[in-house]
Design a protein around this ligand. Sequence first.
Ligand code: AMP
Length: 201
Amino acid sequence: MQHKKIGVMCGSSDACPEKFLTLAYQVGQELARHELDIIYGGGAKGLMRRVADGGLEAGAQVHGYMPEFMIAVEWQHTNLSELHITQDMSERKYRMMSESDATIFLPGGCGTMEEFFEWLSCKRLGKYIGPLVIFNFEGYYDPLIKLLENMEANNFHNPEHKQMFSVCTQVEDLVATITSAPSWSADAIQFASVRHASKER
Ligand code: AMP
């Protein structure tokens, strides 16, 4: 049977504290240990490289997706199971989203956040139905989780929208967090708009 593919979004920085890089390596290994394959942005730096190396060394298939303009400046990891070259960023994200059964967000910068909000927005519309896991390592994503709570408190999201993402803080809990995520379907479009009634809350 084909292994499930887990998208991993994370920072491309090498200058972050070493503990984040170590986390990414451990996540790659943990996914491989559970016979899960990895989809990521194909980079050779930062957490991106470490998650790929952790996965490869523990036997996962690791698929990178990188646009041509990044290959032109040699940003790609040269030892992946497969490197898929895309025309642009939009195709890269489209293919990564369509091909992943779940997506994890490790610490990262604006690129990782752009991906998080694109995946979340698609989930809200029922266009992505896989689990989304925020890896809140040592509170890194506390401000993001607070922002998401604020969105609901101010009626920019419906209460059901908090089921769109799960939070994990430890590598050992990662796979259980993915498998226990609330189910989601294309019907999410039915409650994607915020209801007027929730104004009275
Ligand atoms: P960030 O979280 O801002 O580091 O963004 C990660 C995302 O930024 C990746 O998916 C890439 O789109 C892009 N990126 C930025 N720098 C690099 C790099 N050196 N190698 C690969 N991808 C990069």
